[in-house]
Design a protein around this ligand. Structure first.
Ligand code: GP9
Ligand code: MN
Length: 638
């Protein structure tokens, strides 16, 4: 009896040991990835402890489910799947500095392009991230101490593990909420979510979110539009109409420069200017130096969405993919109604970012994609057609085009991984610790050379007299992953504030009859549409727009990022911390409360429109609203 008990105790002890070792092994890996591969901005020891604790609940959950479904093998399958999930996140993070969302998974074709090729972000050393799988296999299948059977978990043990995962998660959440209240309700920032609940739990959360957003459209009704219209009306500033109609009837070239950030403007490398042509050009037009991109996972397509709708893109996935069948009151559609021939020009596959579908919803007349350009291998590199040829072909097309036209052009060469043919390198590589940043300088310099040729040809063409050219950057090219190198180049430490300011992209309005001006207003891509319609003198009756005319001196200066951060005339608010916008000095947090609230409110409203496909109710709502206000007006008149 005694020996038997001892045997059982030893057996249980060994079993527990295997459990501990396998769980510990996975924890070690996950912890390593979360602390050393992701940069999650851990600010204090409490956050560090949360980060170390948060893998546990998810490990218990996946192993528990694995065992429940298929015993020991199931546990191993969970180990492998968990490892793959972590690795996919590592790859995605390297490229996007973000975590995958379910809507992103529907864009496999786009993701497969991952900055040119997936091999650029994979490294042979990554194999080390799978060594533990072999150790786990050994522990689970081959470890057989004498007289004892190999590890054989029972199904009920799986249930216990899965159940234990629940209190573990509750502890995790409670703990995280001490640092950030309403974490799951209020957070737009996935880096923060992963820091607090761990990358696997984050995916579970994302699944729940997906279910919720799908429900939203089903349950949406026209009443939801009313508070949004009211809010936007209340927040409208009295329009100063400055420069209204100065470009009336003119053609419009809207030129989106790939990955072009403001820090390259008027800046040098090896004593040479990075954008010599643009530096001069901007002195001849209206140049905005506090203009930010506002994109998220949809990158270029998000910037197009902001421009076309003056609404925010989504926090998860690319709205071009997820909500292309919604009803929109797009800028191309509006210009079309005003006699314009509207088109987008971009020498990439027409399905990329689902543009061929979404462009119809936005009201474009035509999409000139790769098949409309004379793309040959000699004229291509990296992502495809080199900018100089894209510009040349596009200008020729515009010369022949029906007038007035609205052409949205999107360049391509200055895209990660920022490589060029030798003969197109007009400047030496940079010398920072980041190859990406070093090459970026060269592609930026190349783009400027291509731009020079384009603008000079444009100026010498007949188009010049009746066309305005608007140039802006679509989003950052250099992600947070390269902060250290960026610090070396800019010769300052890149803290949160500096990183935020690096999200500024150049924006220039240029054309005959437009007087040069340096404009310091704080704005973003959401403001492009009202700015353009004002210049063109086009009446835009769509009440659902979050932007404000950049040329209006009375405008509300508030730029909201997709993460719920903001910049106003005085402040920059980043994840609860408040800074002086101009000096970067940290201020009392309360000063930014209003900004944060507004940011949150606007993002939620914009999301509700998209998730509920609410613009389909616009006519109906406006009719009801005007009917309900009519009797009052009558009363006043009497
Ligand atoms: C692809 C181009 C680049 O067509 O717009 O896309 P990005 O990766 O920058 O979103
Ligand atoms: Mn882009």
């Amino acid at each position: 009896m005694f020996t038997n008990n001892k045997y059982i105790n030893k057996k249980t002890g060994l079993k527990l040991l295997v459990y501990l070792l396998v769980i510990g092994l996975f924890w070690l890996k996950m912890n390593y990835i979360q602390t050393s591969i992701f940069s999650l901005n851990v600010e204090n020891s409490n956050e560090a402890s949360i980060l170390a604790f948060n893998p546990l609940s998810s490990i218990f959950l996946i192993f528990g489910l694995g065992i429940l479904l298929a015993g020991r093998r199931g546990m191993f399958v969970s180990y492998i799947l968990g490892s793959i999930l972590l690795y996919v996140n590592v790859l995605f993070y390297r490229e996007y500095n973000d975590f995958i969302t379910i809507p992103m998974l529907n864009q496999v074709a786009n993701l497969a392009d991952l900055g040119g090729s997936i091999t650029t972000i994979m490294s042979p050393v990554d194999a080390l991230l799978f060594v533990d799988v072999l150790i786990a296999a050994f522990l689970l299948f081959y470890l057989k101490p004498s007289r004892f059977q190999a590890f054989k978990p029972k199904r009920w043990e799986g249930i216990v593990l899965a159940i234990v995962a629940i209190p573990l998660f509750m502890i995790n959440l409670q703990w995280a909420e001490q640092e950030r209240t309403d974490l799951l309700e209020r957070t737009f920032d996935r880096n923060m979510l992963v820091k607090y609940i761990g990358v696997i739990n984050y995916h579970v959360y994302d699944v729940v979110l997906q279910g919720k957003t799908e429900m939203k459209k089903t349950l949406a009704d026209s009443n939801e539009l009313v508070p949004v219209i009211n809010y936007l009306n209340e927040n409208k500033t009295e329009d100063s109409d400055r420069l209204e109609g100065v470009a009336e009837g003119k053609n419009v070239i809207m030129l989106s420069l790939e990955s072009t950030q403001t820090f390259v403007v008027d800046n040098t490398l090896h004593g040479e200017e990075l954008t010599p042509y643009f530096n001069d050009l901007k002195e001849e037009g209206i140049y905005f130096d506090n203009f930010y991109h506002q994109v998220k996972q949809g990158r270029t397509s998000d910037s197009e969405f902001l421009l076309a709708n003056s609404m925010y893109p989504l926090n998860r996935g690319a709205v071009f993919f997820t909500h292309s069948s919604n009803e929109y009151e797009g800028l191309p559609g509006l210009l079309g109604e005003n006699g314009y021939f509207t088109n987008s020009m971009h020498a990439n596959d027409k399905t990329f970012w689902n543009r061929n579908v979404m462009y119809d919803s936005l009201g474009y007349d035509e999409y000139f994609s790769k098949e409309d350009y004379t793309v040959t291998p000699e004229k291509s590199h990296g992502w495809g057609y080199l900018d100089e040829y894209f510009f040349e072909d596009s200008l020729n097309m515009m010369k022949e085009m029906e007038k007035p036209f609205y052409s949205k052009m999107i360049t391509l060469t200055n895209h990660y991984p920022f490589t060029l043919p030798e003969e197109q390198k007009f400047i030496e590589e940079g010398e920072t610790g980041s190859g990406t940043l070093n090459r970026y300088f060269q592609t930026i310099r190349y783009q400027d050379e291509a731009l020079k040729k384009f603008v000079e040809d444009f100026k010498n063409s007949e188009l010049y007299d009746d066309t305005i050219l608007v140039i802006y950057g679509d989003h950052f090219g250099i992600s947070e992953n390269h902060q250290k190198a960026m610090g070396e180049y800019l010769d300052k430490e890149i803290n949160d504030y500096e990183q935020f300011q690096l999200q500024r992209v150049p924006m220039l309005i240029y054309g005959k009859g437009i007087d040069a001006e340096k404009n310091h207003t704080v704005g973003g891509q959401v403001d492009l549409r009202p700015t353009l319609t004002n210049l063109l003198g086009i009446q835009d009756d769509n009440p659902i727009q979050f932007g404000h005319d950049l040329l209006d001196e009375n405008r509300r200066q508030l730029m909201v990022t997709r993460d719920g951060n903001f910049a106003s005339e005085q402040h920059v608010g980043i994840q609860g911390t408040c800074y002086d916008r101009e000096t970067g000095e940290e201020l009392e947090a309360d000063l930014c409360n209003e900004g944060f609230e507004k940011a949150q409110e606007e993002l939620e409203m914009s999301d509700s429109i998209i998730y509920g496909d609410l613009l389909r109710y616009l006519d109906e709502t406006e009719m009801v609203q005007s009917e309900s206000t009519e009797p009052n007006q009558n009363k006043q008149e009497k």
